[in-house]
Design a protein around this ligand. Structure first.
Ligand SMILES: *[C@@H]1O[C@H](CO)[C@@H](O)[C@H](O)[C@H]1NC(C)=O
Length: 227
């Protein structure tokens, strides 16, 4: 009983919303009753699996002589890169990201604070980008085995192509979602979707995270009474 009441009220509201009273239109009731656009929101979301990873490796070498420190750091970098290439097949991109040499002093812990070491420090940074995210552990193992002394960071990311593919997929799903909602409501009102008039993609503000993608749409339907 309650449901019927709600239904009839919403039907009345809907009807009243659709009646056009522009006096310039000829006196034809079918024109007066042409529906407005019925707007329904739809949404879809998905978990995003990373498609690539970037590992930043750091080699730090100290020596009394700058020349020796430079050579050692270069040798370690060469060995590590070669070993990583041998162990990880396909989709590797390796770059020397940063390179620095500076004077390096160490002081005694006890007074008097004397300089106990004075030499040079070389820091060599290498980034390894892989399209196989399962290879990250192996890259680090191989690098450390080859005297790389620091792993500075691991970043997982999703390729542009994959992001585009997911977005297209989500737009389709979100429109389907809106259509589904519209059908549920319209069935109760004895109306149906005639066609889609417009689709507005709603931008997300801050709701997108690294592991989840979301898309909302606002779909305008042309609707008709069920004959
Ligand atoms: C990705 O890496 C894992 C672990 O190293 C390996 O078992 C697998 O064969 C690799 N997949 C491809 C497509 O190279």
């Amino acid at each position: 009983m309650k449901a019927i009441l709600v239904l009839s009220i919403s039907l009345m509201m809907l009807n009243s919303q659709f009646i056009k009273t522009t006096p310039s239109i000829p006196c034809d009731s079918s024109i007066y009753l042409l529906p407005d656009i019925y707007y329904v929101k739809g949404s879809a979301s998905t978990i995003v699996e990373p498609t690539q990873a970037v590992v930043t490796l750091e080699i730090e070498v100290k020596d009394l002589k700058a020349q020796v420190a430079l050579q050692q750091a270069a040798q370690i970098a060469d060995d590590a890169v070669k070993a990583i290439k041998e162990n990880c097949q396909g989709g590797l991109k390796i770059q020397t990201a940063d390179f620095a040499i500076q004077p390096h002093k160490e002081y005694s812990q006890n007074q008097p604070y004397a300089v106990i070491y004075s030499g040079f420090k070389v820091i060599n940074k290498i980034t390894v980008e892989t399209l196989n995210t399962s290879d990250v552990g192996k890259i680090i193992d191989v690098a450390v085995k080859n005297k790389v002394n620091k792993v500075n960071g691991i970043q997982f990311d999703v390729s542009k192509d994959e992001k585009k593919r997911l977005k297209n997929f989500l737009v389709e799903l979100a429109i389907e979602d809106a259509k589904h909602t519209a059908n549920v409501v319209l069935k109760e009102l004895k109306m149906r979707i005639e066609s889609i008039k417009s689709v507005q993609l709603l931008e997300n503000y801050g709701s997108e995270t690294k592991t989840k993608m979301e898309q909302q749409v606002n779909v305008g339907f042309v609707i008709k009474p069920i004959d």
